[in-house]
Design a protein around this ligand. Structure first.
Ligand code: ADP
Length: 397
């Protein structure tokens, strides 16, 4: 069975074709700058050199046609016929509280996706265009939508509600939704497998630490709290996002800068975080390098990140009434041994004991805690595309 995983933005279309017999990727690629000058396709059959094509691509339908042509091309294709594709899985940033899990696309689902646009105005319109494009090209193909928010839909109301007047929830659905749910779900399942336990017996904290970072409390296989909120701005300090702060900072800064709401939002999302504090970069590698050379603001940014992660782990341990495992994933979680070590050292008091030698790894699956550590610490590389392919298979077949 072949599943095409699609991640469409407003001007991009990323794809991976999975062979579900062994969950391998047969080909993958990206269409970039859709509707913009310089649009192009980069396609790569696994094990072969990439193929690139620069041509005007006016919309997602043209982009999808190019992708399907590339997949069936005599030279760099991997399919004899498009009939070999059994289904498509689409990554959707926000399903609001309409969707508690992945679902098969029908007209009702498309209507609900449109209703979720205000919650992800930069992402959901592109996702919808991607679904429409493949429906146009392959009308009989089953499409499944897999939501970044779905895994967090098991949070209890007291965890997802904000202290705003009730009408804002009732009328405008203002609440915590979280993000990176597909990643938290994937690594929590894989961590349980590595530990030889069922997710239902474990209290886990999954730390997805990348350019955007979120931390989730996963109790008995279900998410009970997560650090991102209505939008991905909340939680720990990120590459260019503030993370948590007193909401009154917003009007306070606006009064000084005279920024509009949109300008302020952009400022908090794009100019803040590690970049804003260090003045060096949003990339932790650059910030670490600057700190090692004695840059105090770079060191402060690192300290804020490590302190923030530690605080969330402490809070979520209390929320779950205990902790069996901490799971690190994404760019920083998978690669930064120093971040993992610093956080775990601060948590020694609650039975977290990191093994420095085992922790000295990058991008590999491993248990990095000492054998006698009460709380296990794992590194699990995330694979959101594979999770989407698995969910598509589960829901559609
Ligand atoms: P995104 O959220 O955009 O998917 P990634 O998950 O790729 O991002 O994470 C990017 C982050 O991972 C960057 O801050 C980068 O510095 C960090 N990172 C990658 N490799 C390392 C490393 N070896 N040491 C420290 N940080 C790293």
């Amino acid at each position: 069975m072949k599943i095409l995983v699609i991640n469409c933005g407003s001007s991009s279309l990323k794809y991976q074709l999975f062979d579900m017999e062994n969950e391998s990727v047969s080909a993958k690629g990206l269409v970039d700058r859709i509707g913009i000058e310089g649009s192009n396709l980069t396609h790569r059959k696994t094990g072969a050199e990439p193929f690139t094509l620069t041509t005007p691509i006016k919309d997602h339908k043209v982009a999808m046609k190019l992708v399907l042509d590339a997949l069936t091309d005599a030279n760099h294709g991997v399919l004899k016929s498009l009939d070999e594709i059994s289904g498509a899985g689409h990554r959707i940033v926000s399903g609001g509280d309409y969707f508690k899990e992945a679902v098969l696309v029908n007209d009702e689902v498309m209507d609900a996706l449109r209703k979720c646009i205000p919650l992800a105005p930069l992402h959901n319109p592109g996702h919808i265009m991607g679904i429409e494009a493949i429906q146009h090209a392959l009308p009989k193909l089953p499409n499944v939508v897999v939501f970044d928010t779905a895994f967090h839909q098991t949070m209890p109301d007291y965890a997802y509600m904000y202290g705003l007047p009730w009408e804002f929830y009732e009328t405008h659905r203002v609440r915590r939704y979280g993000a990176h749910g597909t990643s938290h779900h994937f690594v929590s399942l894989r961590a349980a497998e590595i530990l030889g336990k069922s997710p239902s017996e474990l209290k886990m904290i999954t730390c997805h630490l990348g350019n955007g970072s979120s931390i989730s409390a996963v109790k008995n296989g279900k998410c009970i709290d997560t650090s991102m909120g209505l939008t991905p701005l909340a939680g720990v300090i990120m590459g260019t996002r503030t993370g948590d702060m007193d909401p009154a900072c917003v009007p306070f800064v606006q009064n000084i800068t005279k920024y509009s709401a949109d300008e302020m939002n952009n400022f908090m999302n794009k100019k803040s975080g590690l970049l804003g504090i260090s003045g060096v970069s949003s990339d932790l590698r650059d910030v670490e390098e600057a700190a090692n050379k004695g840059n105090e603001r770079a060191q402060l940014a690192i300290n804020m990140l490590e302190y923030g992660i530690t605080k969330y782990i402490g809070a979520y341990t209390a929320a779950m009434g205990g902790l069996d495992a901490i799971v690190f994933t994404a760019g920083i979680g998978e690669n930064s041994a120093s971040t993992r070590e610093a956080v775990c050292k601060k948590l020694e008091f609650m039975g977290v004991k990191i093994d420095t030698a085992k922790n000295n790894i990058r991008g590999k699956e491993a248990i990095v805690s000492a054998d006698d550590s009460k709380v296990k610490v794992l590194v699990v590389p995330t694979n959101e595309e594979l999770m989407i392919a698995r969910e598509t298979k589960r829901v559609a077949f």
